[in-house]
Design a protein around this ligand. Structure first.
Ligand code: F6P
Length: 529
C-alpha cells in the first residue's frame, strides 16, 4: 500500500515555503562554478541538464527531504512489488512488469505479438484477395491511441513495409479522411480498447467493418482484416472477433501506461518486433534506475521534485514540453494524458480535499514551430512557464544544415530564457533616441527556468527510457501529493451525461438539463433542421 502522508504536514514543506520567499535568480545560481556539473546527469545516451532551474542547493536538499518524509522509496517499492496501489479500482499497477520478463502470461502474449507482427511484415498474412497487408489502422482512443501513435511516429525511420494510421475521434471526419486513402484488400484494422466498451472506439470499429463489407470484404474474410487488443474477451467475441484474433492484457495495466502491452501491436507491426522489444528494454533500463538509484541521482525523482517546487511553492502552474525533433511531435499530447489524467485530482489518499495544487497543465509543440507561435508569452509574458527542451544529437536524415539550425535554436532558446536582455543591451542596439516604449518592449527579464534533455540518437531503446522517465516522474509527483495517480474518475461524468443527451438528440425530445444546455440543444435542433 502507498503511504498516506499529507505533504503539508512535513517539516520540509514548511521549510520550502520559507525558502520560496527568498528564491535566488537562476543567473546568480549559475555563478557557482560547480552548478552545471552538480545539476547535470549523464545516463546512457542521455544528457540531462537541470542547472537552468530556479532551484538552489538548499532548496534541492529540502526537496529531497520532502521525498523522504513522504516515503517515496517505500512507495516505489510497493508499485514494483505489485501491491494494490490503485486503491479506488482495487488493482495493482504493473506496467513495469510488461518490460521485465517476469510474468509468464506477458511472455506468452509477447510471443503472439512476435508471430503476428512478423507475419504482417514479411507478407505471410494476406488479405482476402491474397494481397499482402500494406496498411494498418489502429482504432482506439486515449491510452489506446496516444502511446502507440507517439511511439510509431517517433520511430518513423524504422518503418518497413507497413504504413500505420490512427483513428480515435468519434468525429467521422477523421475516419473518412483515413479510409479514403485505403484499399480494403490490403488493410488490417486493430481494434484497441482495454475495456472494449469505449463509445468512440466501438462506433469507429463498427463503421470500419461496414466500410470493409461494402467495399469487397465479406463476413467470411473479416478475420483476415480485423484483430482486437483488449482485456475484455466477452465484448470482443460479441463484436464478432474470435479469440484467435484477440491479443490480451490485464487490468493491472492502466490505459495510459499500456503501450508496452499488446496495445503496442501497431508499433510492432510497423517497426518490427525486434525494435518493439528494444523499446521495452529501454523502459526496463529506466525502471531499474528509478527503483534502485539514490534519490539525489534519480532522474525521474529530480525532475518531479523540481516540478513540485514550481507548482506548489513558486506557483508556476503549467509546463511546456518542447521537443526539437519532428519525430517527437506527438510527445506533448501523449504526456498530457499520462500526466493530467494521472495527477489532475483534488481528493487525496485519505479521502480529503487537498489544500495545495496538484497536477500541472502540460502542453507544448515541437520546436522550432512553437517559437513562431507562443514563445512570445514564454519570454515576455506575465506567467512563468517552466520549459522542458528535448533534442536529438544525431538526426535520422543527412540534411546537416537543417539539423545544425534546429539545434542552434534549441540551445538559443534556453539561453535566451535564462539571460534575457537588459535595458543597457537594448540601448546599444537601438540608440538612446529610441522611445521608452520601444526600449522597454525589447527588454527580456530573463531568469526563466528550463530543463534540457539531449539524446544521442532516437532509437527504440532510448525512446523506451525516455517514456519511462516521464511515467516515473508522474508517479513520484502523485505519491508526494498524496493522491491516487492510477484511476481516472474525472472522465466519467461527461460520458454519463452524454448518454441521455444522445437519446434526446436522436428523438428530438427535451430532457431535463440546466438552462444553458437546454438552450444550446434547442439551437442545434434549429440549425440542423
Ligand atoms: O476515458 C478515459 C479512458 O478510460 C482512458 O483512461 C483510456 O486510455 C481511454 O479512455 C480508452 O479506454 P479503452 O482502452 O478502454 O477504450
Amino acid at each position: 500500500m502507498l503511504p498516506k502522508i499529507d505533504p503539508t504536514t512535513t517539516s520540509s514543506w514548511a521549510k520550502l515555503s520559507e525558502l520560496s520567499s527568498e528564491n535566488e535568480s537562476i543567473q546568480k545560481l549559475l555563478n557557482d562554478p560547480l552548478r552545471v556539473n552538480d545539476f547535470s546527469f549523464d545516463f546512457d545516451e542521455f544528457h540531462f541538464d537541470f542547472s537552468k532551474n530556479s532551484v538552489s542547493n538548499a532548496t534541492f536538499k529540502t526537496l529531497l527531504e520532502l521525498a523522504r518524509e513522504c516515503k517515496l522509496q517505500e512507495g516505489i517499492q510497493s508499485m514494483f512489488d505489485g501491491q494494490s496501489i490503485n486503491e479506488t479500482e482495487d488493482r495493482s499497477v504493473l506496467h513495469t512488469a510488461l518490460r521485465s520478463n517476469s510474468k509468464p502470461e506477458v511472455s506468452k502474449e509477447l510471443e503472439k505479438v512476435k508471430e503476428f507482427s512478423t507475419s504482417i511484415q514479411n507478407g505471410e498474412w494476406v488479405g482476402y484477395s491474397g494481397k499482402r497487408i500494406t496498411d494498418i489502422v489502429n482504432i482506439g482512443i486515449g491510452g489506446s491511441d496516444l502511446g502507440p501513435k507517439m511511439v510509431t511516429y517517433a520511430l518513423k525511420p524504422y518503418w518497413k513495409s507497413i504504413t500505420p494510421h490512427f483513428i480515435s475521434n468519434v468525429d467521422a471526419a477523421q475516419m473518412v479522411e483515413v479510409l479514403e486513402e485505403l484499399n480494403p484488400e490490403s488493410t488490417l484494422f486493430i481494434i484497441a480498447s482495454k475495456t472494449f466498451t469505449t463509445q468512440e472506439t466501438i462506433t469507429n470499429a463498427l463503421s470500419a467493418r461496414e466500410w470493409f463489407l461494402s467495399n469487397g470484404g465479406s463476413n467470411e474474410t473479416i478475420s483476415q482484416h480485423f484483430v482486437a487488443v483488449s482485456t475484455n474477451e466477452k465484448a470482443v467475441t460479441e463484436f464478432g472477433i474470435s479469440t484467435e484474433n484477440m491479443f490480451e492484457f490485464w487490468n493491472w495495466v492502466g490505459g495510459r501506461f499500456s503501450l508496452w502491452s499488446v496495445i503496442g501491436l501497431s508499433i510492432a507491426c510497423t517497426v518490427g518486433f525486434e525494435h518493439f522489444q528494444n523499446l521495452l528494454r529501454g523502459a526496463k533500463r529506466m525502471d531499474d534506475h528509478f527503483r534502485t538509484e539514490e534519490l539525489e541521482n534519480n532522474l525521474p525523482v529530480l525532475s518531479a521534485l523540481i516540478g513540485i517546487w514550481y507548482n506548489n511553492f513558486l506557483h508556476y502552474d503549467s509546463m511546456a514540453i518542447l521537443p526539437y525533433d519532428h519525430r517527437l511531435r506527438y510527445l506533448p499530447s501523449y504526456l498530457q494524458q499520462v500526466d493530467m489524467e494521472s495527477n489532475g485530482k483534488y481528493i487525496d489518499r485519505n479521502a480529503q480535499e487537498v489544500s495545495f495544487q496538484t497536477g500541472p497543465i502540460i502542453w507544448g509543440e515541437p520546436g522550432t514551430n512553437g517559437q513562431h507561435a507562443f514563445y512570445q508569452l514564454i519570454h515576455q509574458g506575465t506567467k512563468v512557464i517552466p520549459c522542458e527542451f528535448l533534442a536529438i544529437a544525431q538526426p535520422a536524415h543527412n540534411h546537416t544544415d537543417h539539423h545544425e539550425k534546429l539545434l542552434a535554436n534549441f540551445f538559443a532558446q534556453s539561453e535566451a530564457l535564462l539571460t534575457g536582455k537588459s535595458k543597457e543591451q537594448v540601448l546599444t542596439e537601438v540608440g538612446d533616441r529610441a522611445s521608452d516604449l520601444l526600449v522597454n518592449s525589447k527588454v527580456f527579464k530573463g531568469n526563466r527556468p528550463s530543463t534540457s534533455i539531449l539524446i544521442k540518437e532516437l532509437n527504440p531503446f532510448n525512446l523506451g527510457s525516455l517514456v519511462a522517465y516521464y511515467e516515473h516522474r508522474v508517479f513520484t509527483q502523485g505519491l508526494i501529493w498524496n493522491i491516487f495517480s492510477f484511476d481516472q474518475w474525472g472522465v466519467e461524468l461527461g460520458k454519463q451525461l452524454s448518454k441521455p443527451i444522445l437519446k434526446e438528440i436522436k428523438s428530438g425530445e427535451d430532457g431535463s438539463h440546466d438552462a444553458s444546455t437546454l438552450s444550446l440543444m434547442k439551437k442545434f435542433h434549429e440549425m440542423r433542421n
